[in-house]
Design a protein around this ligand. Structure first.
Ligand SMILES: Nc1ncnc2c1ncn2[C@@H]1O[C@H](COP(=O)(O)OP(=O)(O)OP(=O)(O)O)[C@@H](O)[C@H]1O
Length: 270
């Protein structure tokens, strides 16, 4: 058995989406990012590693168990052009996932190595909120292209987002950039409400010398799309609501490709 993280054959870029604080919309961003990348022509996979709130199956509208094929290989579920697998499919329904570190590590390894991902341009990983075990299991198993950190503009969310940044730094994962979710809300009469402190995430990104990837508004349509298993980005980039998701996806794709090329350059020189 080879030691250390090994690239997944056929998978070009692995991008983790983390947050620090729970409930800031990390899964919403990860799911809409995956769909947007798919609509932009990339082949996309999504691992829902959020053991505390595995909501990807609901947001992608499929909650059935995956098929086992060949010699104990797992066939990912295909929905809206995205191949996905979720801890929520292992423990469906309302039962919480209760498990110790080694079992969690085993599941993350399985999701990476035992799933028939085929050829992928991007494998997106929806991390649990906070800092910890899942990220360590990930970096021990595969080289990550980078991570995206989602936050609202509120000071409390940003306090936790900074911890996530520090964690990625400690495990030597490049942060591709930060996204502000639920940034502001436009009422039907055109009034703009600043609910969570719009602009806070951009300021934090600047402070850390990171790219700010963009802001997504707080909009009931985004919540409703996730609840119905029909995320808003399915309708393409042509609206003020959906365009930011596509702009963010394009920036992440460009940066991920650039980072991977950088690695190849270094290898060529040495
Ligand atoms: N921009 C938005 N506008 C409206 N609702 C949103 C937006 N982003 C997320 N939501 C809603 O907020 C709730 C929390 O979002 P989500 O589950 O994506 O957060 P999370 O950070 O992944 O949470 P956790 O990691 O704690 O599971 C969901 O009901 C989701 O539909």
């Amino acid at each position: 058995m080879p030691q250390g993280p090994q690239p997944l054959p056929g998978v070009a870029h692995v991008v983790a989406v983390g947050s620090g604080k729970g409930g800031v919309g990390k899964t919403t961003i990860a799911v809409n990012l995956a769909i947007s990348l798919g609509k932009l022509g990339y082949k996309v996979g999504l691992i829902d590693a959020d053991i505390y709130g595995p909501n990807v199956p609901m947001m992608l509208g499929v909650t059935r168990q995956p098929n086992i094929v060949g010699e104990n290989r797992i066939e990912p579920i295909l929905s809206h052009g995205v191949k996905f697998i979720s801890v929520g499919l292992i423990s469906p329904g309302d039962k919480p996932m209760v498990m110790r570190g080694p079992m969690l590590h085993q599941i993350i390894r399985q999701f990476l190595q035992q799933v028939e991902w085929g050829e992928l341009d991007f494998l997106i990983i929806d991390l649990p909120p906070g800092t910890g075990d899942v990220v360590i299991s990930l970096v021990q198993t595969v080289p990550l292209t980078g991570a995206v950190v989602v936050s609202t503009g509120s000071s409390v969310a940003l306090q936790d987002a900074r911890k996530a940044l520090e964690m990625f730094h400690q495990v030597k994962v490049e942060v591709i950039g930060m996204v502000e979710n639920m940034s502001q809300m436009t009422l039907p009469d055109g009034t703009v409400l600043d609910v969570f402190g719009a602009g806070g995430t951009e300021a934090t990104a600047r402070q850390f010398g990171l790219e700010f990837l963009g802001s997504v508004d707080l909009d009931p349509a985004i919540r409703a799309g996730g609840d119905r298993g029909m995320p808003v980005t399915l309708a393409g980039p042509d609206s003020e609501l959906r365009k930011p998701f596509y702009d963010i996806a394009r920036k992440i794709a460009a940066r991920a490709i650039e980072l991977e090329e950088g690695v190849e350059d270094v290898l060529e020189i040495s």
